[in-house]
Design a protein around this ligand. Structure first.
Ligand SMILES: Cc1ncc(COP(=O)(O)OP(=O)(O)O)c(N)n1
Ligand SMILES: Cc1nc(C(=O)O)sc1CCOP(=O)(O)O
Ligand SMILES: [Mg+2]
Length: 364
């Protein structure tokens, strides 16, 4: 399609030329406008530089495909006043119930426009049509990333305390301990026990479900998507070598949370692409709960804080003595184990952590 005046239109009558250009022009405008609305929301509304970059790269791909049309030909064919569609407008187009409605409407606009570009381009150039098709598929992934990120940001408070606990010495002491955490309004409790047999672990999970049901505290199971499903947990946490986000989600069903451990900025970006609901970021400091060879530390926290708005929980050796360093790196959600599970007064530690994360930090 290098010479727009000499196109093979598949034997279209000449009168079709102008209508084809009008269609392509209108669809190209619709696609670009829909994409801009989404990009503006993510950029200015969410301050999410990673998603902004992903959307920008789709815009560039779209622009380079559109450049293969002669825009002057398209503009010449434009007849806004003669467009019968400009006066046919549904009432619903003038109002949006919320951000989700706004984003959905603009993703749909973008996808429909790309489909129209693709189908009409097939009359002219199969390669260009295929490029529009690729762009449309990209929008499906972007829609998932954007919608999940924005919804997840609302699912976890801006300052959040997430506690990982094992099954404790026995059922009653586990129950007493988690009751204290719920009373202290911990945001998330993760059951993480690598030693209990399945039935005992399930019994602890069921006890945790009872304690957290009807409260603001979410219940997550570590590693065990199967037991998360059976116990009715709010979600599961998976590591880099475990089930993928989509595999865990296909077991748990929709409406459940899937969190992923990340140890580098690329893993954090991938978790967003995969549609995770939150990420663990660490290890931040040496931990008494788990041993590590390498520590991405506060440097990784800073990197994530700078570009990703999907909720991220700093993890690894965090306690009241160093939590301010986490806040200073721009992260106000922490996942802790030892400093709470070994404390005489777990509620007091939770309150201290929350206080430090709530105070204004100089670099955030
Ligand atoms: C919130 C949170 N972040 C990270 C982890 C670690 O998960 P993983 O890397 O799979 O290691 P194990 O916990 O399974 O040893 C976590 N559990 N929770
Ligand atoms: C289980 C786990 N995963 C980590 C990671 O970085 O992925 S750090 C960690 C241990 C968290 O316990 P504590 O607060 O006692 O150090
Ligand atoms: Mg794991």
């Amino acid at each position: 399609m290098t010479d727009p005046n000499n196109l093979d239109h598949g034997g279209l009558p000449p009168s079709m030329d102008i209508s084809l250009w009008r269609t392509l022009d209108a669809a190209a405008n619709r696609a670009s406008e829909g994409l801009r609305v989404i990009e503006d929301f993510v950029r200015y509304g969410q301050n999410d530089s990673f998603l902004t970059t992903e959307l920008k790269s789709l815009r560039h791909q779209l622009d380079s495909t559109l450049q293969r049309f002669d825009r002057s030909q398209a503009i010449q064919s434009r007849d806004t006043f003669g467009d019968v569609g400009t006066t046919v407008q549904g009432k619903l187009e003038q109002s949006r119930a919320d951000w989700s409605d706004l984003l959905t409407a603009n993703f749909k606009r973008l996808q429909q426009a790309l489909r129209s570009l693709e189908e009409h381009a097939k009359l002219i150039d199969a390669e260009v049509a295929a490029s529009f098709e690729r762009a449309r598929y990209l929008t499906y992934s972007l829609e998932k990333m954007v919608m999940t990120t924005v919804a997840a940001s609302g699912a976890f408070p801006e300052v959040s305390i997430y506690v990982l606990t094992d099954g404790r010495a026995d059922g009653p002491s586990f129950d007493t301990f988690v009751a204290k955490l719920v009373e202290a309004e911990v945001d998330v409790i993760q059951l993480r026990d690598k030693n209990l047999d399945d039935r005992t672990l399930l019994a602890r999970a069921e006890a945790l479900r009872k304690r957290t049901a009807g409260t603001a505290t979410k219940m997550i199971l570590n590693d065990r998507t199967d037991l998360a499903k059976v116990s009715g947990a709010d979600g599961v946490h998976v590591g880099q070598e475990e089930l993928t986000v989509s595999q865990a989600r296909s077991v748990l069903g929709v409406g459940k949370l899937v969190g992923v451990s990340t140890h580098s900025i690329e893993q954090a970006r991938q978790a967003v692409r995969d549609g995770a609901d939150y990420i663990g970021i660490g290890p931040t400091f040496p931990s008494g709960t788990k041993t590590f060879d390498a520590f991405p530390g506060v440097k990784l926290l800073r990197e994530v804080a700078k570009e990703i708005t999907l909720p991220g929980f700093a993890i690894g050796g965090i306690d009241v003595s160093n939590v301010t360093e986490v806040a200073e790196a721009g992260i106000r959600r922490v996942a802790v184990s030892g400093c709470v599970t070994k404390a005489d007064d777990p509620g007091a530690v939770v309150r201290e952590l929350r206080k430090s994360l709530t105070l204004d930090s100089p670099n955030s």
